[in-house]
Design a protein around this ligand. Structure first.
Ligand code: SME
Length: 157
């Protein structure tokens, strides 16, 4: 796979996110990533709208699991640990939540608003080991752009 120019993509994402609105920016961000990167079968947001639970937000791909408790899956681990999860083979993760049986590798980046977990961005791929450290750094930079250019109100009911 050719090397991806994450710096260029990040500048394009920054100019796409020209509203401060979180819903619009979530929708634009996952559509942008889905079209910019190869070998993805799902890209989307899970939002921290209920205590210790993630609620499905805007996404690209097949209908997905909802809700996801913090205690389960790769997304739950990202929320609990407030740390990126980069999984080469989701079959090795005992409590992985298989929304789409085609998914093989996964990258989940937490989205922090101040020191509060606002949500996570989840990417799935049908390819084993799809996400390198370079991809992780690139996607984390996308999330930093999203956070910088978006008003992130507390969504917890
Ligand atoms: N696989 C995730 C669940 C979300 S779907 O991939 C869209 C997990 O284990 O948390």
């Amino acid at each position: 796979m050719p090397r991806v120019d994450y710096a260029l993509l990040n500048r394009q994402l920054a100019s796409l996110l020209d509203t401060r609105d979180w819903l619009t920016n979530c929708a634009q961000t996952c559509a942008f990533i889905q079209h910019a990167l190869d070998e993805l079968n799902w890209v989307g947001f899970y939002l921290h709208r209920q205590p210790n639970q993630l609620c499905l937000g805007p996404f690209q791909g097949k209908p997905a699991c909802h809700p996801i408790p913090f205690s389960k899956g790769v997304c739950g681990a990202a929320a609990r640990q407030q740390a990126t999860q980069r999984i080469d083979d989701v079959h090795t993760i005992a409590d992985h939540i298989a929304c789409d049986a085609a998914s093989r590798s996964e990258l989940v980046v937490p989205i922090m608003a101040d020191s509060h977990l606002w949500g996570v961005l989840d990417l799935d791929s049908p390819q084993h080991g799809r996400f390198s450290q370079e991809d992780q750094a690139g996607i984390e930079a996308f999330v930093a752009t999203f956070i910088r250019q978006t008003d992130l109100p507390h969504l917890i009911e």
